[in-house]
Design a protein around this ligand. Structure first.
Ligand SMILES: [Fe+2]
Length: 251
């Protein structure tokens, strides 16, 4: 490739007689076809790596805005991917959950840091600003054709299963399943991480909140899958459900 040797193809046969001119020309054709295929696959791999790196860089741009959210998007992406896979979603969908997780909060780029990092309770106007970040995120990504498939995740990750979320108040299966997964992964990571207004919760306390808000904030199927994964990880018994509502602090 480009005058250099990338691979060597060895052809032989058991019986000892020379290759005919025809066979040699066939072997040349095979090796040049293989060289072209190899060059193409390396270009595709390079492009894929570039696209993957770009998404990760964008995610880090969002998280770097505030010290409180460092690594949040990458953790939400990884957890969302695990839940999606455990729920049996196709690999293609799992991959969009992973990419969507990285970019779900990209709209926060447009929200002032003074609001994002405010330790006190937000005013209604400030909360109104925050609520714009899913739509802003979708607007930012909209011109990129390759990201069309993750727009619903970005736009709907603050919708709640009972219809009380934002920006559209979608309910149940009106919410893209990948956004329902993202909602749980997002809240979980927000709960167990430190925030300007509180310390990160211990896993057991966060787990209780997820159980309490199953069926209201969270899709029961998503929550059940997540809790099973968590039990496996923590070596816990499967939880029994009890219900009450409370604020999660995930914005
Ligand atoms: Fe968000």
């Amino acid at each position: 490739m480009n005058g250099s040797i990338a691979r060597v193809l060895l052809l032989g046969r058991k019986r000892e007689y020379p290759f005919s001119d025809d066979e040699i020309s066939q072997a040349r054709q095979i090796s040049s076809q293989l060289a072209i295929a190899l060059a193409n696959s390396l270009s595709v791999e390079k492009l894929n790596n570039l696209a993957k790196g770009t998404v990760e860089a964008l995610a880090r741009t969002v998280d770097a805005k505030s010290k409180w959210t460092s690594g949040h998007s990458e953790r939400v992406s990884a957890l969302g991917g695990r839940i999606a896979r455990a729920m049996g979603l196709s690999e293609e969908k799992v991959e969009t959950v992973i990419r969507g997780g990285l970019l779900h909060d990209i709209g926060k780029i447009a929200i002032p840091l003074a609001i994002l990092d405010k330790p006190e309770k937000l005013t209604d106007a400030e909360y109104g600003d925050i609520k714009n970040h899913p739509a802003i995120g979708a607007q930012i990504l909209e011109p990129i054709k390759a990201y069309q498939d993750i727009l619903p995740l970005v736009l709907q990750h603050h919708e709640r299963y009972d219809g009380s979320g934002y920006p559209s108040g979608l309910k149940g299966e009106e919410i893209d399943i990948r956004a329902r997964i993202m909602a749980l992964a997002d809240v979980w990571d927000a709960l167990v991480s430190d925030r300007p207004y509180r310390h990160g919760w211990v896993a057991e306390r966060a787990r209780k909140l997820i159980i309490n808000e199953t069926g209201t904030h969270f899709d029961p199927q998503v929550a059940t899958t997540f809790l099973a994964l968590l039990s496996e990880e923590m070596g816990l018994e499967e939880p029994t459900s009890e219900r009450k509502t409370s604020s999660t602090g995930a914005i």
